[in-house]
Design a protein around this ligand. Sequence first.
Ligand SMILES: Cc1ncc(COP(=O)(O)O)c(C=O)c1O
Length: 468
Amino acid sequence: MRSEDEAPESRHERLHTMERRGFLKTAGISAGLATLMGADSFRGIEAAVNDVSDLTPWQAARDEAFWSEVKQAFTVSRTLINLDNGYTCPQPRVVTEAVVRYIWEQEQGPYGSFVQKARDQVVTVKRSLARLIGSSPEEIAIVRNTTEALKTVLYGVPLGPGDEVLTTTHDYSSMVSALENRVKQEGIKLVQAPVPLPAQSMDDLEGIFERAITPKTRLILLSHITYTTGQVFPVRRICDLAHRHGIEVVVDGAHAVGQLDFNISDLDCDYYGTSLHKWLSAPKGTGLLYMKREHIEKIEPIYGVYTSRRFNARTSMRKYESVGTVSYAPYLAIGEAIAFHNAIGPKRKEERLRYLKNHWAERLGKHARINVYTPTASEMSCCIAGVGIEGIDPTGMRDYLWDEHQIRTSRGRYMGEDYSQQWVRITPNLYTTLSELDYFCEVMEDLANNGVPEPYASYRPDPRMLRR
Ligand SMILES: Cc1ncc(COP(=O)(O)O)c(C=O)c1O
């Protein structure tokens, strides 16, 4: 195919196109989506993936040369150490560039003409998203975050006085608040089963639901990965258990999509919500709601039923996307985030994230005064973990790490009246270096050996953080 007579520019273009096609094959995304993407951004990753293609994901997770290439794809500042990726994960450059590109396009002419085109493109993105999570495109809606996804379900499932909803003490407080509102307004009953800390086995975790189910339980809310300590729950087993009792299950997957490599259809849950701006590194303000087909008709959208000529307002997931005027740029750029994620390889990424957690957690876990609150068994955790030091208030620890060492963490919560279980949550990401984690470990060991200085030593537990 290649002709020696070609002008250098066109040879270059052809090479470029071939590389891009090669990448698309690796990434397994549709040609439709390809037209939405820039070509250059993945070249380094593609070459690096070739170098680790013979390795198992476990081996690739330990290949520093590969991850050093991946790190180059991010634009994060090295003037600080960000161990708070559980809040949101930074976008790789390719995603930021895409958002900017789409915004330029959006601002070129009448918004209506941009939206006409963008709606079709979002359908392509949605197909790609459905493939990523292993569902049908007809069972998902692109929403703004986990909060929107799950509150649609938690307020939408028909429940009456005395009906019980079962969740855990480690489920996200804002979801629990939604259920508490229904307790007040509709007389439902909310049961929060305590989570062992750390749990010894998946049997333990299934057991807490088995013991708490009653003949009145109608709905279970559980986290795929908890936001507190990063505990991974045996979702499939709990769904099977629930279904045997005729109970529906809604899964808070805020931290699972993009962190764990899994298919929603394998979980057999009834509802699933996630934030794509977390571990998928998609633009802020992007999320996903999944629902089994048979439930769509009965769950009303938060903003009420909407009639449309474009879709069936009773049975289409698109009813959950009708939230008024929004910017399509972040939604379109989900496509680039998926392509980036697929280019690295979801299983490779999961293993790397787990490896980063184990790198620091295994070292700190050996210290007599340091407690790691997350199990290390690979099926029970991935990237997120909680760590505490006896006698040091976690808010004081978090502020000390940030003020004195520019290490960003987030505060865990107190679990008992005696404040005996206290931690900060540590969430690295693909761009985190091992030396950054080593530095974090040194600071923590110093704190454990010598205590935290004033004013952090005078921090007292905040009763508002005390949870059931
Ligand atoms: C477990 C869990 N659920 C839900 C949410 C809410 O996510 P968002 O703010 O993206 O809606 C979070 C946020 O951190 C979370 O950790």
